[in-house]
Design a protein around this ligand. Structure first.
Ligand code: 3HC
Length: 334
């Protein structure tokens, strides 16, 4: 299906010209439904390019959730207290669950989970750039909650109104859980900042320094360099643009940083009375494109960990299938 969907693209990567009067009518009806704010459901007619765009985005999102388990999973055995360990375990488990809802949503579009995972393992499918950075200290876990999950919520709340029903519905539960993730990260950092030692406060500031810029890159390239935005906005897959979400995130986070007592590592970050927004410094887009092309600090490590998990789990998948076959035979015999 992945490949089939790709075949429906024009040479320039855009949708092919409408083929017949019937197609034209279907497309007009589809556009009118989107315009009216109706949800599109799996069995409804949809343009091939709409289907392909959704599979691309939802699978990228699902992969981000399961690859995102790795940097934090790295700290489960080293959490400083039982309470923090229990919270982190629950959070990492939630991310696994988010991946599963999202793979299921993408499967309703006709692409199997195996196909999506094959694309990930072959390095053909993307996952969020943010998870290619290392988690060096315990403070990184708190900063991931505050900044990374905070950016994820900012991006994902509008997806609860995405035009594709299964994706929109999956996002409602995901956003509730992400909101808890963001708050636990903030609370963990606040505890270190208010009750910790000077060394702990310095550790928090160091983590903020390392994660700030990658977090604001999570929203994707600037609008004028985002090849998918125009159609995704037209079809109601994306409701708010990359740049607008980034600005909203910066405005909210700059205020939260004051409460925490940390400095965001951007000397140009300044409230602009006229714009009623924070101005911010130049983002290193070369770094962003390098990371998504596979050359970030941890790309190889992350992909190798996912491939190993898949290979090591083969016997589990085989056993589950054998059990299902046995149950089916028993039911047929009964
Ligand atoms: N990391 C990796 N790739 C990225 C990226 C990022 N931060 N931002 C953009 N890209 C890629 C796009 O996928 C696209 O490549 P493709 O055409 O090969 O797929 C290319 O860069 C150009 O970007 P566009 O702006 O044109 O792409 P989109 O319109 O798809 O917008 C997006 C990018 C805003 C990330 C959008 O895909 C989106 O909203 N996705 C759903 C949310 C999501 O994926 N979140 C992952 C965050 S982490 C997470 O959720 C885990 C949680 O536990 C923290």
């Amino acid at each position: 299906m992945y490949t089939q969907a790709m075949d429906t693209m024009g040479k320039d990567g855009g949708p092919k010209a409408v083929r017949s009067a019937e197609d034209h009518q279907l497309e007009q009806r589809f556009d009118a439904r989107i315009e009216a704010g109706e949800f599109v459901e799996p069995k409804d007619w949809m343009p091939d390019h709409y289907r392909k765009t959704l599979v691309r985005q939802i699978s990228q999102h699902a992969h981000s959730e399961i690859v995102g388990m790795l940097p934090e999973g790295n700290w489960i055995t080293r959490a400083p207290t039982l309470k923090r360990k229990a919270i982190l375990l629950a959070k990492v488990q939630d991310e696994g669950g988010h991946g599963l809802y999202l793979y299921s949503a993408a499967e309703t579009l006709g692409t199997s989970r195996d196909q999506m995972l094959e694309a990930l393992h072959a390095g053909k499918a993307k996952y969020s750039s943010i998870f290619n950075y290392p988690t060096l200290t315990w403070a990184d876990v708190g900063v991931i909650g505050w900044l990374v999950d905070g950016a994820a919520i900012m991006n994902q709340v509008p997806i609860c109104r995405c035009s594709y029903g299964p994706y929109a519905r999956a996002m409602i539960r995901i956003c509730r859980e992400e909101s808890f993730h963001q708050r636990q990260g903030f609370e963990s950092l606040l505890t270190m900042m208010e009750k910790g030692t000077d060394a702990q406060r310095a550790m928090v500031q160091d983590a903020v320094d390392r994660w700030w810029w990658p977090s604001i890159m999570m929203f994707g390239p600037p609008d004028d360099q985002s090849p998918n935005s125009a159609l995704s906005m037209k079809w109601g897959i994306k409701r708010v643009s990359n740049d607008e979400l980034r600005q909203r995130f910066i405005d909210a986070t700059a205020e939260q940083a004051k409460v925490l007592g940390v400095t965001l590592p951007d000397p140009e970050l300044k409230w602009n009375e006229e714009r009623q927004h924070y101005d911010f410094g130049k983002i290193d887009w070369d770094e962003f494109w390098r990371v998504i092309a596979g050359h970030g600090p941890c790309n190889q490590e992350r992909l190798a960990a996912r491939v190993k998990a898949w290979d090591d789990g083969e016997w589990v998948r085989e056993a589950a299938l054998a059990y299902a076959r046995k149950q089916e035979l028993q039911q047929q015999a009964a």
